[in-house]
Design a protein around this ligand. Structure first.
Ligand code: K2U
Ligand code: ZN
Length: 173
């Protein structure tokens, strides 16, 4: 089966709020989650949210494993951040929907996330470091928020203009 295409800004779907997954979505989600993981590994990336493949569902996949041997895929259905530290941390972020553009983003250093697994099991986990950044980045996607929205308007516009220029040049090649 072909790889799911990852939407790139300024696709309007990336700015829409995703709806909660319901039991009626079970079959669709069981089929979609593995395909999202494949698209994420191929990108490559360590996280992917359903809106990035055009599905407005509150569904995220992530895997911080360093290589094929250390894969540890996670599927988060209806994920929420239920607590976060007051301490914040700065980390360079990229985004598969804003290819080739990077910037430092400040976010809470530690979070507590709650979600359901594909089989409906409820999970809760504390996270810090890159995992905390990735979960916050992906949950932003579920609300139509992109990492550039955490930057100053000047930096955001510079970065998006640079992407548009690169996309245009690519179109000409
Ligand atoms: O949502 C996405 O676009 C996937 C991002 C998630 C992410 C962004 C920033 C920081 C952590 C995760 C992609 O995985 S970006 C590629 C990447 C790969 C390794 C480490 C950081 C970012
Ligand atoms: Zn992203």
């Amino acid at each position: 089966m072909s790889l799911l295409p990852i939407l790139v800004v300024p696709d309007p779907l990336l700015r829409r709020k995703a709806r909660p997954v319901t039991p009626a979505d079970a079959e669709v989600v069981r089929g979609l989650a593995p395909r999202m993981l494949e698209a994420m590994y191929a990108a490559p990336g360590i996280g992917l949210a359903a809106p990035q493949v055009g599905e407005l569902l509150r569904l995220v996949v992530l895997d911080l494993g360093k290589d094929e041997e250390s894969r540890a895929p996670m599927v988060l259905v209806n994920p929420e951040i239920v607590a976060h530290s007051t301490e914040r941390t700065l980390r360079e972020e990229g985004c598969l929907s804003i290819p080739g553009q990077y910037a430092d983003v400040e976010r809470p250093a530690r979070i507590k996330a709650r979600w359901q697994e594909l089989d409906g099991t409820r999970r809760e986990m504390g996270a810090d470091g890159l995992l905390a950044t990735c979960i916050q980045h992906e949950l932003d996607h579920l609300d139509g928020v992109l990492f550039v929205d955490h930057l100053s308007a000047l930096k955001r516009n510079m970065l998006l203009r640079k992407l548009a220029k690169e996309q245009k040049a690519k179109g000409r090649d």
